[in-house]
Write a protein that binds this ligand. Structure first.
Ligand code: PPS
Ligand code: MG
Ligand code: MG
Ligand code: MG
Length: 382
């Protein structure tokens, strides 16, 4: 039956992301309680933490144990370079600990726990196995273990993103957003609070029972779903414990909210400000770390997400695949700046991406923005 296709994969992916989100929360609590040194820099100077490696190992192990290691191909962000350096013994030990702790809890989420504790080499192997490059043929899981690592270390927004592509098409998307409040206003509040005080961690301290959700969708279903991050007994009732979400119906630019990356280094804020102005947006942009921006569009908390990286930067498929499926099934539109759909079939990068990414709650806003890009490109300074 067509409707049942990928049902098992989706259910497993959602459960796996629940496990991963719980892992991230535990690591984030530790990060703030003992000021640990577990934030490292990768070769490109971007941050990476115990959580990034631990989630990648955990997801890798769980997918392999569920579907069989020979059936699982994973394209993911992290490799074992940083973590297998001689001076990374502490980091590796922390990762192995965290992975074992999480996998032991996996059976509470309806997944298989290992029979015995994993050793260093097994954990490294689980991380290393996620070295597929994807492409046009076959089935590949696409994983960003922690998206918005900067948000994660700041105690702000971050996401765990898992997607499934088959023959280059993104079919399933799951986004875990552990710090995304169930009420939209709090996203706004957190951001402004954060911004005004320039504090790097103050927005973390609030009631976590109100926070955290997982969004998921299957391509072509016309439905996107939201689950609160919930205690394990409720996960077992899945999928009963989920609600349908839908994009915003606002199509008047004056009422629309734009969200975009926090870091100027990741997106050209002045270019998007110019576009926003030319289509008649009035509100201040909402700057949010990670694929929570896609979640905000899918949930109807914002209408537009734009990202224009500096020229020369190649967008990675794990930063977008899950978000695109969810936004589209929730009724939104996602394309590059030329109006073409994102192409996940070219390996780990969005090779053919035309300039930037524009995701909207509907076609009216989307067409206006594409036209504005077309009109303003010549005068831009990207
Ligand atoms: N130079 C540059 N330009 C554009 N994009 C970059 C760049 N460097 C990194 N990245 C990718 O951006 C991911 C984070 O995107 P965000 O939208 O969350 O950025 S921000 O933190 O809000 O500024 C981030 O994902 P994670 O590494 O998973 O955090 C990167 O894949
Ligand atoms: Mg990312
Ligand atoms: Mg990441
Ligand atoms: Mg990273």
């Amino acid at each position: 039956m067509e409707n049942d296709r990928y049902a098992k994969e989706l259910e497993v992916a959602v459960r796996v992301v629940h496990v991963a989100c719980a892992l991230c929360r535990r690591v984030q609590e530790k990060l703030f309680s003992n000021d640990s040194d577990h934030v490292l820099s990768k070769d490109d100077d971007s941050p990476v933490t115990v959580a990034d490696f631990s989630v990648q190992a955990t997801v890798s192990w769980l997918l392999s144990s569920t579907f069989g290691v020979e059936n699982v191909s994973i394209v993911a962000e992290e490799d074992i370079q940083t973590i297998s350096k001689d001076d990374s013994a502490n980091l590796l030990a922390a990762v192995v600990n965290t992975v074992n702790e999480s996998l032991a809890l996996a059976s509470n989420y309806g997944l298989q726990s290992p029979e015995s504790t994993l050793g260093n080499s097994e954990v490294l192997e689980a991380i290393r196995r996620c070295n597929s490059t994807g492409g046009l043929r076959g089935r590949h899981w696409i994983l960003d273990p922690v998206d918005g690592t900067l948000g994660f270390v700041r105690g702000d927004q971050y996401a765990v993103a898992l997607a499934l592509i088959e023959d280059g098409n993104a079919l399933l998307g799951v986004l875990g957003c552990p710090n995304y409040p169930l009420k939209a206003e709090s996203l706004n509040y957190n951001y402004q609070h954060h911004h005004e005080t320039m504090s790097e961690s103050s927005s973390l301290v609030c009631d976590t029972s109100e926070k955290g959700c997982i969004l998921y969708a299957r391509k072509g279903s016309g439905e996107a779903w939201l689950q609160p991050l919930i205690s394990r007994d409720k996960v077992l009732e899945w999928p009963n414990y989920a609600q349908l979400i839908r994009v915003s119906s606002v199509d008047d630019p004056a009422l629309a909210t734009l969200c975009e990356p926090v870091e100027r280094a990741n997106s050209n804020h002045s270019f998007t400000a110019g576009l926003a102005h030319s289509v008649g947006l009035r509100k201040q942009p909402l700057r949010v770390h990670s694929m929570v921006k896609y979640a905000a569009i899918a949930r109807g908390d914002a209408e537009i997400f734009m990202k224009f990286a500096r020229s020369g930067y190649k967008e990675k498929i794990w930063d977008h695949a899950a978000g695109v499926v969810i936004v589209e099934e929730a009724g939104g539109v996602v394309t590059d700046a030329g109006g073409r759909p994102l192409d996940f079939s070219k390996g780990m990068y969005l090779e053919c991406l035309d300039r930037g990414i524009i995701a909207c709650s509907g076609i009216t806003l989307h067409e206006k923005l594409i036209a504005a890009v077309y009109a303003s490109w010549d005068s831009s300074n990207l």
